[in-house]
Design a protein around this ligand. Structure first.
Ligand SMILES: [Zn+2]
Length: 250
């Protein structure tokens, strides 16, 4: 079929409409034009970076699936939500030296550009010891809000794995330290543990994880949006107890 050229007048109107709507679209996209700040979900890895893998299961696919499910619930609750990636892509640009660092930097850039209220990075763990199992929650050491968010998410997910995990403070996890907002990194389980692997491979389980995450995120988000009472100085608190680290954090 031969395409008819647009008459000049219609083309002009279309151009004017596009130009006038550009700034608004841009501001809405960045979540800043009086829009409430979104919850940012960060599905770890993607594209050429599969993350942890075992028996055909890839970390990048599990993290994206849980993020998409969590987004659906949050949207149903009326909470604005964004993802650092929505497809099976990595964010590090061309493969080669420094790709992993660029990937993490891009996740932080997108979080900051969106004016996010908080960010939750999703990962899946892997280690040599097949006995090692369970979720892990990391927050930036010294961040009271990060710790509060981590405790809230750990509490919400506790019923799924029959024990409450103690969130672990970290200093050297890039996304946590650079996001500039309350940030939590969750390891959803160990692909190297048969029980965890079976659960993570089950869409019903991933749905349960997503629903609990969304419920906790909604509660935390609503509290964050309320006007804060002036802070009352309390007794100084020491760091939370050290609960050990996995051999690898993927
Ligand atoms: Zn990972």
């Amino acid at each position: 079929m031969r395409l008819q050229p647009f008459p000049g007048r219609i083309l002009l109107v279309m151009l004017a409409t596009a130009l006038t709507s550009l700034p608004a679209a841009w501001w809405v996209a960045t979540g800043r034009a009086g829009e409430p700040p979104p919850v940012m979900l960060d599905p770890g890895h993607g594209g050429i970076d599969g993350g942890a893998s075992r028996e055909g299961m890839l970390e990048k696919a599990i993290t994206l699936d849980v993020a998409l499910r969590t987004r659906r619930h949050l949207e149903a609750f009326g909470v604005p939500v964004r993802l650092t990636r929505e497809e099976d892509v990595d964010l590090g640009g061309p493969p080669g030296s420094g790709r992993h660092g660029r990937d993490l930097a891009e996740r932080v850039r997108r979080t900051r550009e969106a004016g996010a209220a908080l960010v939750v990075s999703l990962h899946v763990n892997s280690t040599r010891d097949p006995e090692e199992a369970g979720m892990m929650f990391f927050y930036l050491r010294g961040s009271a809000e990060g710790e509060r968010l981590a405790r809230s998410l750990a509490g919400a997910l506790a019923s799924l794995h029959r024990r409450r995990e103690e969130p672990v403070p970290r200093e050297n996890l890039y996304v946590l330290s650079r996001a500039g907002v309350p940030a939590v990194l969750i390891e959803l389980g160990f692909l190297t543990n048969p029980g965890d692997r079976e659960r993570l491979g089950d869409p019903h389980y991933r749905e349960q994880v997503a629903l609990r995450l969304a419920l906790a995120l909604q509660a935390y988000y609503r509290q964050l949006q309320k006007p804060q009472a002036p802070a009352v100085p309390g007794p100084a608190q020491g760091p939370p107890p050290y609960t050990g680290l996995p051999r690898h954090i993927y």
